[in-house]
Design a protein around this ligand. Structure first.
Ligand code: SF4
Ligand code: SF4
Length: 330
């Protein structure tokens, strides 16, 4: 059976309300809206006012998690401050992993467990509100990426990115000892700096706490095709435990992600807003619309040398959602 994806060209607060009304049957109780506040310097993140009316209608909170790389979005306090500076000052903000994470057993092809921000389980329903655009590692970033990387805790993000053990640099360590009590695996020694791989659980806390940046995310230690499958697996694990519906906004479409502080400007016209209860169908419909409007067979393959279609094919294979859909104009 084909999934339904609703579409409006009306990129406005009313357009968001109208498209949401097509998928709101499953939304009840305490509601959170997962979005992206935009990296400092990024100019393409979605206009905060677009979701104001929806937020007020649902009395919802804005949900995010801290990131692994060095930026204001790594730490809760500076993350909250940046969100407000970017205009997200009209609703409560919940950084879901500010109080740590929870580990949930899962039976996925690449993971036996998923690690998400602890506060996620405080919500009965989550609206995944995604800016559809390019991404250097996954071709495009949409709802699947917003759920998997976007809701994973630091340790979950580490697991997604690689072998889950940080890289470390003994020559920059000042032996301040801040990392020692933070390490739950008791895996760190500092004379010289060393991580015991048998004890490290890949939580990422040392990366956050070290003032000299002596621990780093092991970027690039995973092949892109495997990385995309890991992303999809995580989205499956999270969607199995959390009720979610999806809104994708196809506006300000850059080849780069909103986590890029110097992202390229948008390369094409704005398209509209999509809504669906199927995370795969909405990303596939978004991918198809970008290609149609850009008159390309695979826009993100041309721009980023990564197609991203593998995300969707694999997601369909493992039952995360349906790659076949009907687009319904509203
Ligand atoms: S926190 Fe950083 S600088 Fe301090 S001891 Fe640990 S690795 Fe060295
Ligand atoms: S990732 Fe976590 S467990 Fe591993 S060394 Fe760092 S703090 Fe310790």
């Amino acid at each position: 059976m084909r999934s339904k994806v609703y579409f409006t060209k009306d990129i406005s607060q009313e357009g968001v309300l109208k498209i949401f009304s097509k998928i709101d049957d499953n939304i009840s109780g305490k509601v959170g809206i997962k979005l992206h506040f935009g990296e400092e310097g990024n100019k393409n993140f979605l206009d905060p006012s677009l979701i104001k009316k929806l937020i007020h209608k649902l009395q919802a909170s804005l949900l995010e998690t801290n990131v692994l790389y060095i930026s204001k979005r790594r730490y809760t306090e500076s993350h909250l401050k940046l969100a407000k500076e970017h205009g997200f000052d009209f609703a409560p903000i919940d950084i879901l992993d500010s109080a740590g994470d929870i580990i949930i057993p899962a039976k996925l092809n690449h993971f036996q467990e998923i690690k998400v921000g602890k506060n996620l389980l405080n919500y009965n329903s989550v609206i995944v509100y995604s800016h559809f655009k390019g991404h250097i590692m996954t071709g495009f970033g949409g709802a699947i990426k917003n759920v998997s990387m976007g809701l994973a805790s630091l340790a979950g993000k580490m697991a997604l990115h690689a072998s889950a053990i940080p890289k470390y640099n003994p020559s920059s360590c000042t032996k301040c000892t801040k990392c020692i009590p933070e390490c739950p695996g008791n895996a760190i020694s500092i004379n010289p700096l060393f991580i015991n791989a048998d004890k490290c659980i890949g939580c990422g806390k040392c990366i956050v706490v070290c003032p000299t940046g002596s621990f780093q995310v092991p970027w690039g230690s995973t092949k892109l095709d495997i990385f995309m499958k890991r992303l999809v697996d995580y989205a499956k694990g999270i969607s199995d435990i959390q009720k979610m519906v999806y809104i994708n906004v196809l506006a300000n479409i850059s080849k780069d992600c909103d986590c890029d502080s110097s992202a390229h400007p948008p390369f094409m016209e704005n398209i509209g807003i999509l809504a669906s209860t199927d995370i795969v169908a909405i990303d596939k419909a978004s991918w198809d619309l970008v290609n149609k409007f850009n008159q390309s067979e695979d826009t993100f393959l041309e721009l980023n040398s990564v197609s991203g279609i593998e995300q969707l094919i694999y997601a369909n294979e493992i039952g995360l959602g349906n790659i076949e859909y009907d687009l319904i104009n509203k």
